[in-house]
Design a protein around this ligand. Structure first.
Ligand SMILES: Cc1ncc(C[n+]2csc(CCOP(=O)(O)OP(=O)(O)O)c2C)c(N)n1
Ligand code: SF4
Length: 278
């Protein structure tokens, strides 16, 4: 595997860029960044063989804070961009990072079809059940009774979206949940997700301490998932829909083969100039 750096392993620090995160002190996203760099170090992936792709939001700033290739794309459009990159460059390890608003609202359609296509990449959603960057509006995963947003002072009036159940129904082949208060656990989940051949979806409960400070209570609610990952979708759906959203671990794995069409032979500059000459 040429993407592995056996002789000269890099430390997690080597995968960080020189930019200092602008997140609020205490934001859960700090730990997710630490978990990503730890996972890349564990996986011994050369920096030039990894890419982190994102949309828009506080959590979507992650590519700027890593030293691997990165692309901070358009709101909700990280997954199609990442799929195109992975299909064109199957040798790259592709991570996609973002928030619940980016991934499940404006990007919801792409989420469904990324699960269905099962391109080999890892999607890490920092779920804080709120739009952090745009100052606290309700997101698809906001609880029905949450009244702190000025836009929904009487609560949202609708039940929250179930990202894990949706991922399962749409065909994701690796589904896991982590908690940013446990960065070692998140790093382990990212390692497993990257090693899984196919679309891996990892929801990380990542508190927004500014607009949803009640989420500090998550530390008392998370617990390890009760058993081994389900491999049967029916059993998995019962498990994913029949819990309160605080079970941590790999929850579902399937061996459905990833989508990987044969790549076209690489064109040379001379070919391109000839084809597009006018
Ligand atoms: C097309 C478009 N619509 C709306 C916005 C405004 N906007 C920026 S970030 C964001 C939501 C971010 O929320 P989330 O994905 O949950 O990430 P968080 O900031 O909580 O990490 C929105 C709606 C935008 N940038 N582009
Ligand atoms: S607004 Fe929320 S999500 Fe954004 S940096 Fe601050 S704590 Fe984190």
């Amino acid at each position: 595997m040429d993407s592995v750096n056996e002789d000269c392993p890099l430390s997690p620090k080597d995968y960080k860029s020189d930019y200092k995160p602008v997140w609020c002190p205490g934001c859960g996203d700090f730990s997710v960044l630490a978990a990503i760099t730890r996972a890349l170090s564990t996986l011994k992936i050369k920096r030039e063989n990894a890419a982190v792709i994102s949309g828009i939001g506080c959590s979507s700033r992650i590519p700027a804070y890593t030293s691997v290739y990165g692309f901070h794309g358009v709101h909700g459009r990280a997954l199609p961009l990442a799929a195109g990159l992975k299909l064109a460059r199957p040798d790259l390890t592709v991570l996609v990072t973002g928030g619940d608003g980016d991934g499940f609202s404006i990007g919801g359609n792409h989420f469904i079809h990324a699960c269905r296509r099962n391109v080999d990449m890892t999607y890490i959603v920092m779920d804080n059940q709120v739009y952090g960057m745009t100052k606290g509006q309700a997101s698809p995963t906001t609880a029905i009774e949450w009244k702190a947003s000025k836009l929904t002072p009487h609560g949202t009036g609708v039940d929250p979206f179930q990202p894990l159940g949706m991922a399962l129904a749409a065909g994701a082949t690796f589904i896991a949940r982590g908690y940013s208060g446990d960065p070692d656990g998140v790093a382990e989940l990212i390692v497993k997700a990257v090693r899984h051949p196919g679309f891996s979806f990892l929801q990380v409960l990542s508190p927004c301490v500014t607009y949803h400070p009640e989420q500090r209570e998550w530390k008392d609610k998370v617990r390890p998932a009760p058993s081994q990952p389900a491999v049967d979708p029916v059993r998995a759906s019962m498990r994913l829909m029949d819990e309160e959203g605080f079970n941590i671990g790999v929850l579902f794995v399937s061996d459905r083969p990833p989508y990987a069409p044969p790549t076209a032979p690489k064109a040379t500059i001379a070919d391109i100039e000839k084809t597009f000459a006018i």
